[in-house]
Design a protein. Structure first.
Length: 404
């Protein structure tokens, strides 16, 4: 089996997913083309006739629909010979794009592929593509369907996470993200977004709230309590988990991931493909896995996916230096650490989605990029990226830094 190497990666700053956000005036195809152009500027991949460009898109509809990867290639003015495709698995779409690219290289069916992701949440809301969840009564009854926020509160209730626990985690995420930006830890990867007039639209993750304290977080109302009590979802949860007498609604806008816009792209290929471009590999993708679980609770599968990915290379949780666990909600990361025994000093050391936001289709690529930069900065050897996924799934990817 061939090895799949990561040669380089870029990402945009995360812009607020609102009409006043720094990236809102761009279209998804413009933002996707921008990261492809910047990755090509750094690597020259377009001249090497890559086999594919695979983009993760959480909600591929309207301006974000059709085949965003192929559209971005054309928009970027790249050769018509480069094909493109999209993958979608909700929050893990970007990481799945990486895993698709890596699997093709490892199997010998490709030499060079770009994996990326895009989500313009200021234009397309989460769940914008519809589907049976939430709309089909028979399906909802079968799945004990609950919205993501209710599932997060259920996870917190079952694990005994208090409001103080999730707020404390979130405060630390803000502090770590602020320190990472101040220490220029993202400087190698974040590319300022320039518009057609040559003006900088955004050069910094703008969702962050540096200096957030426990008192600030304590003032925020429970975001999903009304949905649970008045919308009937608390009752649905109790039908599935009768041991839950009262659901603890502890998640707020301050301890949940932020709604943002953003895009990212990563070049993955064989050793020979990199040599032809004059590139040195930065990391090698060793293994990856996905897992499923109860769709009502839905958010606790990252530990299962990580365990499967590590088992494929004969490793355990203690063997990994750093983890990027997507901060969809604070309870997701707290559960992961409790379940796996991995300490917080190895998890999300530069903050995460609570502080900087979670651009659904792009997040997996961004987290892998962040992990790679941190492995190089610290000299650590190995790391895992993992995300929880709606309807009860998890995805994980294990990488190792290449030493030169």
């Amino acid at each position: 089996m061939a090895e799949a190497y990561i040669y380089d990666a870029v990402r945009t700053p995360r812009g607020k997913g609102r009409p006043n956000g720094g990236l809102h005036t761009l279209s998804p195809v413009d933002l996707s083309a921008f990261v492809l152009t910047e990755l090509d500027r750094r690597t020259g991949f377009a001249k090497a006739d890559p086999e594919d460009v695979v983009f993760g898109v959480g909600d591929g509809v309207n301006d974000q629909g059709s085949n965003m990867a192929r559209s971005a290639i054309i928009q970027a003015g790249m050769p018509d010979s480069i094909p493109g495709s999209t993958v979608s698995r909700f929050c893990s779409s970007g990481l799945d794009a990486i895993n698709v690219a890596a699997s093709r290289v490892m199997s010998g069916q490709a030499d060079l592929i770009v994996a990326g992701g895009i989500e313009m949440m200021s234009l397309i809301p989460i769940g914008g593509t519809g589907g049976p969840n939430g709309a089909d009564a028979i399906f909802n009854n079968r799945a004990h369907y609950t919205p993501l926020g209710i599932a997060a509160d259920l996870l917190a209730t079952l694990c005994g996470h208090s409001r103080e626990d999730v707020d404390a985690y979130s405060m630390e995420s803000q502090a770590r993200a602020a320190a990472a930006w101040q220490g220029k830890r993202f400087a190698n990867s974040v590319i300022p977004v320039i518009d057609f007039n040559g003006e900088t639209l955004l050069a910094h993750d703008e969702y962050m709230r540096p200096g957030t304290g426990m008192a600030d977080l304590a003032k925020l109302p429970a975001a999903f309590q009304g949905m649970g009590e008045k919308g009937g979802f608390d009752t649905i949860v109790k039908q599935r988990y009768p041991e839950v007498l009262n659901l603890s609604h502890v998640h707020t806008a301050g301890n949940s991931s932020g709604i943002v816009d953003g895009a990212a792209a990563m070049l993955i290929g064989s050793l020979e493909a990199g040599e032809k471009l004059g590139l040195k590999p930065r990391a090698v993708i060793r293994s990856f896995a996905s897992a499923g679980m109860d769709p009502c609770l839905m958010l606790a599968a990252p530990a299962d996916a990580t365990k499967k990915a590590l088992a494929r290379v004969g490793k355990d949780f203690a063997d990994v230096d750093l983890y990027e666990v997507n901060e969809a909600f604070a309870s997701v990361v707290l559960h992961f650490m409790e379940r796996t025994g991995v300490s917080h000093d190895r998890v999300n050391v530069n903050g995460g989605g609570i502080a900087m936001g979670h651009p659904i289709g792009a997040t997996g690529v961004m987290l892998t990029n962040t992990l790679l930069d941190e492995l190089e900065r610290t000299g650590a050897k190995s790391g895992v990226v993992t995300l929880c996924v709606g309807l009860g799934m998890g995805v994980a990817t294990y990488i190792e830094r290449v030493e030169h």
